[in-house]
Design a protein around this ligand. Structure first.
Ligand code: HEM
Length: 280
């Protein structure tokens, strides 16, 4: 084992922030993460963008333990760290409160339910690829493929009207662009999305159409309004850019490291644990 890394602790986190405070992560993990993970306890104190310090846990087994052990609480952390309005969302609840909200949507995320989306996703993927091929000699994988395919999938799953999707695209992009927009601009996008979803949920409660939004409107009617509205927002924000980034990242990974050329220098290390369920 290497010696613990010496540094004028705490680190600034995320570790890819430039001197201007903007985070510019690349495809590969910042070398610092490897150093931290491979030395000492694998846990260091970091300084958050929003201010204050936190512990950065870098080893897989420790992360699993933190996520599973009820000694670690999301709710108790919120008063110190609710920069993203997570109060009342799945990412801000513990125990029975968390289970109550999660139960509202969990039947839409079983392997069988996700499998039923396969045809629709394949059609959407083929249409986007065809459009890229038809547009000429070059295309932008992120803008023309990854972002729209991921957004169409998650908005289909929720049942957001086609006519509203451009608005959701802009609101979500703005909300997620913490490093390029001011907190006020990000907040304004969240409010706009919140108002719109609140109206949609009321509408679905009066006129259900069998989609996930109608289910949240009906089964979540007993929850505070904030929790009802933040649930589809969490699904949209949590399920969109994560998937889009991974489509782009792993396209690059497969192009640069085709199957069969796996080597010990490759920074992503496979974990042997089989996938049991699908988010959330
Ligand atoms: C490759 C894509 C994805 C990645 C890398 C990813 C990553 C993660 C991680 C690390 C967490 C745990 C966060 C924590 O507990 O602090 C999480 C939770 C969650 N994710 Fe994802 N996610 C992905 C796709 C999705 C999708 C497609 C959806 C929704 C359609 C989604 C919705 C959620 C929700 C709602 C939670 C909270 C779950 C709970 O607390 O019970 N994610 N995700």
């Amino acid at each position: 084992m290497k010696e613990p890394i010496a540094d004028a602790c705490p680190f600034r986190h995320p570790l890819d922030q430039g001197p201007d405070g903007i985070n510019r992560p690349g495809l590969y993990l910042n070398e610092r993460y490897h150093e931290i993970r491979d030395s000492g306890t694998g846990v260091v104190e970091v300084m958050r963008i929003a201010g204050g310090t936190a512990k950065l846990v870098t080893r897989y087994d420790d992360v699993v333990m933190v996520l599973r052990d009820p000694a670690f609480s999301r709710e108790r952390a919120l008063p110190f760290d609710d920069v993203a309005g997570l109060d009342g969302t799945l990412l801000g609840l513990d125990g029975p409160g968390h289970s109550r909200v999660r139960r509202l949507v969990s039947d839409h995320f079983t392997p069988r339910a996700i499998g039923a989306l396969r045809d629709r996703i394949e059609r959407c993927t083929a249409a986007r690829l065809q459009a890229m091929l038809s547009s000429g000699s070059s295309a932008d994988l992120v803008a023309d493929f990854a972002l729209p395919v991921a957004l169409e999938t998650i908005t289909d799953l929720l049942g957001l009207p086609e006519a509203d999707r451009t608005d959701f695209y802009h609101w979500s992009r703005a909300f997620l662009s913490h490093s390029t927009l001011s907190p006020q601009e990000a907040e304004a996008s969240l409010f706009a999305m919140y108002d719109h979803l609140s109206r949609l949920l009321r509408h679905r409660r009066e006129t259900p159409v069998g989609d996930l939004l109608s289910q949240i409107a009906a089964d979540g009617a007993g929850l505070p309004e904030h929790q009802q509205v933040m649930l589809p927002i969490a699904l949209l924000l949590g399920g969109w850019e994560t998937v889009a980034s991974n489509i782009a990242t792993f396209t690059q990974v497969l192009l640069s490291h085709p199957y069969g050329t796996y080597d010990s220098a490759w920074p992503y290390r496979p974990r042997p644990s089989p996938a049991r369920s699908v988010a959330p």
